[in-house]
Design a binder for this molecule. Structure first.
Ligand code: SF4
Length: 358
């Protein structure tokens, strides 16, 4: 048992250890995949996708060879498709330049497109149990509190924590066998006791060493940047017309491009009826008067938009679609679970089917 001040934390962590799938069968590739999935996505969502993704792409070489379509299907539900593209680009680079072996030098890792400070450190610390500290939002908060670091929250603080670690000013007496364990224990501590809005210091295994606790102000760390204006999230109302045009067991859809939400996914021809966001460019405006009776109304949401989808089924011609303002290239795709349709498209088709059964 290590004698460091982190011994109680590591001991506590063993009893609260979350046996997540990427912690069960450890590999550098698995760490890369899970860390990229976990950026901007909750653990719960990643849990629903990780095993399936690894089954479909069991090696970095298989991921490097994946087509856009295959990747988009497996990534669906994880959001921010750009991360999937980054992940694939990493896989291609590692396969071509490093014979499929993820390198373990920090500088080399950082030279790979799509790998930033956090991912490089996570691969080293969590994947390879090497001396590194993967400063995500949890570690940023926990370490800022443990050491009462006054640098304002954000990239500057994350950089400072990494530097303090490399200069052995923080976490200095962690044993070399415990690099992975300390990273995961700090992440777990941030999840269980040292939360953003509440710190359960009386239960925390680090409370005898925690400087912010000694100062009696744990929630004052990390310090908020006073110069940074708090961004107000403005919500927008969006009313969309979604057109269902069928041919036997197929439906007319178009592919979303890289500049749009749900990139690479197929979606029903969609037009904006009204929007409180005048800058919205995701869909064309409904141009001409179109006297339609909706078959269904479906409520959805994406980022800051509350969306009311008016579903109308009618066998309109492509020419008619154009006159309404929808000029994108469309094609008929078979309706199957495997199709890379957007979640809303699936939802709409399912609800129409249920309605017809009634
Ligand atoms: S003592 Fe409190 S502030 Fe310090 S690490 Fe523990 S929970 Fe966080």
């Amino acid at each position: 048992m290590t004698k460091s001040i982190y011994a109680p934390l590591l001991k506590w962590s063993q009893s609260h250890y979350q046996l997540l799938p990427w912690r069960k069968n450890r590999s550098l590739y698995g760490t890369l995949v899970s860390e990229i999935m976990l950026q901007q996505t909750t653990v719960g969502t990643v849990l629903n996708h990780y095993d399936k993704f690894l089954k479909r792409f069991p090696t970095i070489q298989s991921l490097a060879k994946a087509s856009e379509e295959e990747l988009a299907v497996e990534w669906k539900g994880l959001g921010y498709y750009r991360r999937a593209k980054n992940l694939k680009n990493c896989a291609i680079e590692v396969t071509q330049k490093f014979k499929g072996e993820i390198p373990l030098e920090r500088d080399v890792l950082l030279s790979i497109k799509g790998i930033g400070d956090y991912t490089a450190d996570a691969i080293l610390a969590i994947g390879a149990n090497q001396r590194a500290i993967a400063v995500d939002a949890n570690l940023e908060r926990v370490l800022a509190r443990l050491y009462a670091v006054k640098t304002p929250k954000g990239l500057k603080l994350q950089k400072e924590l990494r530097e303090l670690f490399h200069q052995k000013k923080i976490l200095k007496d962690v044993a070399s066998k415990d690099y992975r364990a300390i990273n995961e224990a700090l992440m777990d501590l941030g999840r269980v006791y040292c939360q953003a809005r509440k710190a359960h210091c009386e239960l925390c295994p680090m409370n005898t060493h925690c400087l912010s606790f000694k100062l009696k102000k744990p929630l004052s760390f990390p310090v908020q940047d006073q110069n940074k204006e708090k961004k107000k999230t403005v919500e927008h109302e969006l009313h969309l017309l979604r057109l269902v045009i069928r041919k036997k067991d197929q439906v007319l859809v178009y592919k979303k491009n890289n500049q749009e939400w749900l990139s690479e996914q197929w979606e029903l021809p969609t037009l904006v009826i009204s929007s409180t966001d005048k800058k919205l460019q995701q869909y064309p405006m409904l141009e001409s008067n179109f006297d339609f009776q909706e078959d269904l109304i479906v409520k959805t949401g994406i980022t800051k938009y509350k969306i009311t989808n008016y579903i109308h089924e009618e066998n309109l011609s492509l020419h008619k679609l154009k006159t309404l303002g929808f000029g994108r290239v469309c094609e008929f795709q078979t309706i199957t679970e495997k199709a890379n349709f957007s979640t809303t498209t699936f939802k709409v088709l399912k609800q129409l089917e249920n309605k017809k059964k009634k």
